[in-house]
Design a protein around this ligand. Structure first.
Ligand SMILES: NC(=O)c1ccc[n+]([C@@H]2O[C@H](COP(=O)([O-])OP(=O)(O)OC[C@H]3O[C@@H](n4cnc5c(N)ncnc54)[C@H](O)[C@@H]3O)[C@@H](O)[C@H]2O)c1
Length: 304
């Protein structure tokens, strides 16, 4: 783990939605970034996509020149201090890729996966040097959402965790140390606990999908960015929290598998934006308006 000064050699594997944004953040922090992708179009457009993001955010567009596209994986990772993978969410693909990466990297290079929910242990268990393997779960878009979950496995060395936390903090992110390698880590476990109940409310006919979203956005959603649930529990009192849980927890969904309602939507081809209907119907204009609203909100949050 030879990092001299503040500048590291970063390699990003996968130049899609997340990979190009991760490369952008590291380049903006002053690091040299090599990026590779098996799909030539994504590699060919990576610099222009990063430049467009930088322009849109009012950042220095020339930073995109610190990102070097490499068609060859071995060349991209050979000199790297730190390699982060952001290919498709496919366990055998990620396992195969890390076996290949390990053949070409320096023995002290740190290897990170940006998987959304797959345990890092499953991805990295075949590695020869597992002490330098770690998870780094970024959120979309990587250049606007601050959190990066840094996931430790039973083999990850304290030095690997410390370096990874420091690297992300210095790049302006808010790293959170996840001490046990559990599916979904912290953020997606919390997010999908909420989504499970949101779907159950619709499934049980308690309200429609638009009402679920409206209730959240007009109530605790307003506070969430500044008041976490456990801060909130302390604020109202743990005794009140206990009383509420005694009544509510037996009533809320605790099924350990996806809701039949959700499975029905997928079976019917109601896939959300991509098919024009999911829990609700979405015209092309409505989709664009919602995407724009989210980006405007995240940009405003960055500036505060
Ligand atoms: N999209 C999100 O909101 C989000 C958020 C957090 C984490 N993630 C995770 O990040 C990872 C990437 O997601 P994404 O949304 O960027 O996907 P994406 O489809 O936009 O990008 C994946 C890229 O990997 C490339 N690729 C596929 N196989 C490859 C290989 N063998 N070698 C090199 N490149 C290869 C593809 O060509 C593509 O450019 C996934 O594991 C995903 O679960 C996604």
């Amino acid at each position: 783990m030879a990092i001299e000064g503040a500048k590291a050699r970063i390699a990003v594997v996968g130049a899609g939605l997340m990979g190009h944004g991760i490369a952008q953040v590291f380049a903006l922090a002053g690091h040299d970034v090599a990026i590779t992708d098996s799909f030539a179009t994504n590699l060919g457009t990576v610099r222009s996509r990063i430049a467009a993001n930088l322009r849109d955010l009012g950042d220095d567009e020339s930073v995109a020149l610190r990102v070097t596209p490499c068609a060859d994986l071995a060349q991209a990772v050979r000199h790297a201090d730190y390699v982060v993978e952001a290919v498709l969410e496919d366990l055998p693909l990620k396992q195969k890729l890390f076996a290949e990466i390990e053949r070409h990297v320096r023995p002290d290079a740190i290897l990170a996966s940006n998987t959304s929910v797959i345990p890092i242990t499953s991805i990295m268990q075949g590695l020869q040097w597992r002490e330098r393997a770690v998870g780094t779960h970024w959120w979309n878009p990587p250049f606007l959402v601050p959190l990066v979950e840094v996931i430790e496995t039973q083999w990850t060395s304290p030095q690997t965790v410390a370096f990874t936390m420091q690297l992300h903090e210095a790049a302006g992110k808010k790293p959170a140390h996840v001490k046990k390698d559990v599916p979904g880590f912290i953020g997606n476990r919390l997010q999908h606990a909420l989504w499970r109940e949101a779907i159950a409310l619709v499934e049980q006919g308690i309200c429609d999908a638009a009402t679920v979203d409206a209730v959240i956005k007009a109530s605790f959603g307003r506070r969430l960015a500044v008041l976490g649930p456990l801060e909130n529990a302390d604020l109202v009192g743990t005794d009140l929290t206990l009383a509420i849980h005694n009544t509510v927890l037996p009533a809320i969904d605790s099924r350990p598998s996806p809701s039949p309602y959700l499975q029905g939507l997928v079976a019917d081809g109601k896939l959300g934006f991509k098919s024009g209907e999911g829990f609700r119907k979405w015209s092309v204009d409505e989709q664009a308006a919602l995407r724009a609203k989210v980006m405007a909100h995240l940009k405003a949050a960055r500036d505060t």
